[in-house]
Design a protein around this ligand. Structure first.
Ligand SMILES: Nc1nc2c(ncn2[C@@H]2O[C@H](COP(=O)(O)OP(=O)(O)OP(=O)(O)O)[C@@H](O)[C@H]2O)c(=O)[nH]1
Ligand SMILES: [Mg+2]
Length: 303
């Protein structure tokens, strides 16, 4: 339904930030179960979204995993800006982290993963050999925030639908072991967030790309955030995708998109439809392959 008057003025003048929180009970439970299962695994596979490699890092995870070896996988490589992904992999290498970027659906990565796991667990394998034991299958816990592709990763490797997947956050609700045919056993875990986003921008990006349940976030705020960010960083993507001119404010720019697309309701722009379809377009890469944060900025903020 089109919202007018006071509400419209708020959208017009919206300056970010939007405070978002989503920490349902199953995540507290999952965190506890992950801690309990930690001693059973040899290493951690942390999946992050290649479009937001910094915001999709769960700071709580560092506390949970302690000093277990870790492999970082940047998922949805096919949706991210290839140049930015290159910079991110170089960044992780520089930080002495093992990181690989993957299209979890299309890429063939079983051997790559086995090599990486052998490398990460070199010390353990050596120890077993010294004791005359045949090295057993390595065990890894697959962790990450909701909707980054943990279950998809496991299914592609297992070549079957061993774990349930879906394009919404919170699909996996419980821990589940999946044995791969050969040298690896993987533990699927539910996506876990943390109780408070210190940086509101992190919450906005997570909501935009689908790691926070849409029902708990104002879709207007997320669309306005995205439009404002794109006006600053990728105005051409907006212009070319929608054949519009950039307006003074994100709200006006969005209304231009609404007009162009003919999202009308009783002669007015149907803002509800406009905001939701704009978010959908971004998630479906209609505006191109965009990465929402750069490795270089990470360096400057940390220095
Ligand atoms: N384009 C693309 N889509 C992917 C990729 N990996 C996963 N997806 C899609 O992302 C959505 C989420 O995948 P899931 O495997 O269910 O994610 P999850 O991390 O297990 O999510 P939760 O269980 O909710 O925490 C699904 O629609 C997948 O098809 C990828 O590399 N590229
Ligand atoms: Mg899952």
């Amino acid at each position: 339904m089109a919202k007018k008057g006071k509400n419209q003025k708020q959208k017009e003048e919206k300056t970010f930030t939007t405070n978002i929180n989503w920490f349902p009970g199953h995540m507290t439970k999952a965190r506890r179960q992950m801690e309990e299962n930690l001693k059973k695994v040899d290493f951690i596979i942390e999946i992050r979204d290649a479009r937001i490699p910094a915001s999709s890092k769960n700071p709580m995870l560092e506390e949970i995993i302690g000093n277990k070896p870790r492999l970082i996988i940047l998922s949805k490589r096919d949706k991210a800006d290839p140049e930015a992904t290159k910079e991110w992999t170089a960044y992780f290498k520089n930080e002495n982290e093992m990181a690989i970027s993957l299209d979890l659906i299309q890429d063939n990565y079983k051997n790559k993963l086995i090599d990486a796991s052998q490398e990460l667990c070199k010390a353990l394998i050596e120890k077993q050999k010294r004791r005359g034991i045949n090295p057993r299958a390595l065990r890894a816990m697959v962790c990450g925030i909701p909707n980054v592709g943990k279950s998809t990763f496991i299914n592609t490797l297992a070549r079957r639908k061993a774990a349930q997947t879906g394009d919404r956050p919170g699909v996996t609700k419980a821990l589940q072991w999946i044995k791969l045919a050969d040298s690896l056993e993987l533990l699927d875990t539910p996506g876990v967030l943390w109780p408070k986003f210190e940086e509101p921008l992190v919450g906005e990006k997570l909501a935009l790309l689908g790691s926070i349940k849409d029902e708990v976030v104002s879709q207007d705020d997320i669309a306005l955030f995205a439009c404002s960010w794109l006006m600053e960083h990728h105005p051409d993507a907006l212009k070319n995708t929608y054949q519009i001119e950039i307006q003074e404010t994100p709200y006006q720019t969005l209304l231009e998109i609404g007009k162009k697309r003919g999202y009308l309701l009783r002669g007015e722009i149907d803002e509800n439809r406009l905001m939701r379809s704009f978010i959908k377009d971004i998630r479906e890469n209609k505006l191109g392959a965009i990465t929402w944060e750069r490795a270089d900025d990470q360096r400057t903020t940390r220095d």
